[in-house]
Design a protein around this ligand. Structure first.
Ligand SMILES: NC(=O)c1ccc[n+]([C@@H]2O[C@H](COP(=O)([O-])OP(=O)(O)OC[C@H]3O[C@@H](n4cnc5c(N)ncnc54)[C@H](O)[C@@H]3O)[C@@H](O)[C@H]2O)c1
Length: 351
């Protein structure tokens, strides 16, 4: 079988990870990289047999490229993706799908009409800790869910200039929280500040509501904390699930009113605490799993594991977080992009 021909657009920090990961994927071959910065692109390519193009449009003209990964700055995702779709390419676009919702919806509709795949690189979906959390919640292991709390904090990445923490960081958690809870966000109240970034907000604290009177969500994102923390905790009537994205660990701490039977310990603890279990999960490199899943959905013509609609849903929530923080007011997400995208005409069936 001829391997799937891949083109990479944008060879910066994320592009470098893509170059390394594609090397380990069977049934696909990275053929060409496009980046106007020749020195960076050639450094990333190193001694690999991969061509370089200054202009991504030349990459899109190649008959040996079937699909592209877009790792250019977020503001350029939409124009590049629309050109790639018009050229008949399947597209994996890094998160966020775009920086304006209209662009994300336009990309979704264009891909549907062209009959090509458009997947969004929400890489945390491929973190085994997230999969386990979703499975345990769906299985009812903590019963009715009361609250989810996401933390994504760390130092300022100096190279990111076009977006703040709402679009760059919070999109991850807004997607994952909706995914693991199986509910859309309906309202958002955020506060934020620009503390050290020259132009963008770099700290946001946010309160979310899921579904109609569903669980609450707390979201803490910033580029100010001097160490990286990426965690998600979900509390329900049966206990608490905690996931660390970095170590890929998941713990279940059971809620229990059961007395310990040891009165001294019970006094020290106060109210009874539940037993905790750590799940033994096989470690996975999430980006490699994401790229494999993208190649498979193209080769097998199956639905994208993270759809453009889901990318738009996460972007709509991130824009609402930014808007809420900017104006110190609650924002309601009633007209979700999911519904608007579903109103689009279906892809015409090939004759
Ligand atoms: N999934 C994740 O966890 C994750 C992590 C980091 C970044 N990202 C996303 O990846 C994207 C890139 O981020 P980064 O950190 O690699 O940025 P970066 O600045 O390191 O790299 C961007 C690269 O794109 C190139 N570029 C600019 N315009 C271009 C064009 N028109 N055609 C081709 N190349 C172009 C630049 O020269 C640069 O080399 C962003 O959208 C970001 O949100 C995702």
């Amino acid at each position: 079988m001829t391997p799937l021909g891949i083109g990479l657009i944008g060879a910066g920090r994320m592009g470098a990870f893509h170059i390394e990961s594609w090397e380990r994927i069977e049934d696909a071959r990275l053929i060409a990289v496009a980046d106007p910065d020749e020195q960076t692109a050639r450094q990333r390519i190193a001694r690999r047999p991969i061509d370089w193009h200054a202009d991504y449009r030349h990459l899109l003209e190649r008959p040996d490229v079937d699909a592209v990964c877009i790792c250019a700055p977020s503001e350029q995702h939409a124009p590049i993706a629309l050109d790639a779709i018009a050229a008949g390419m399947h597209v994996l676009v890094e998160k966020p799908i775009a920086t304006a919702l209209e662009d994300g919806l336009r990309m979704t509709s264009a891909a549907r009409l062209a009959g090509v795949k458009l997947m969004v690189g929400h890489v945390e979906r491929f973190n085994p800790a997230v999969g386990k959390l979703a499975e345990l919640i769906a299985r009812g292991s903590i019963g009715r869910v009361f609250r989810a709390h996401a933390t994504r904090v760390g130092p300022l990445p100096a190279r990111i200039r076009d977006t703040g923490v709402a679009i760059d960081l919070a999109t991850h958690d807004l997607d994952i929280m909706q995914f693991v809870l199986g509910l859309d966000i309906t309202s958002i109240y955020a506060q934020g500040s620009r503390c050290v970034h020259p132009t963008q907000e770099d700290m946001i604290a946010c309160l979310l509501r899921f579904g109609d009177s569903g669980p609450w969500g707390l979201l803490d994102v910033n580029w100010l904390t001097p160490e990286k923390r990426r965690e998600l905790t979900v509390i329900g009537e049966g206990g608490m699930l905690s996931a660390s994205y970095l170590t890929q660990d998941v713990w279940l701490t059971e809620s229990t009113g059961t007395p310990t039977g040891w009165s001294e310990l019970a006094r020290v603890r106060g109210d009874a605490e539940g037993a905790a279990v750590r799940f033994a999960l096989g470690r996975v490199e999430p980006l490699q799993a994401e790229l494999e899943a993208f190649a498979r959905c193209v080769l097998d013509d199956t639905p994208e594991p993270v759809s453009a609609q889901e990318g738009c849903r996460a972007l709509a929530a991130a824009l609402a977080v930014r808007d809420s923080a900017a104006h110190s007011r609650p924002v309601t997400l009633l007209d979700t992009p999911m519904r608007r995208v579903d109103d689009l005409p279906p892809v015409p069936v090939a004759a």
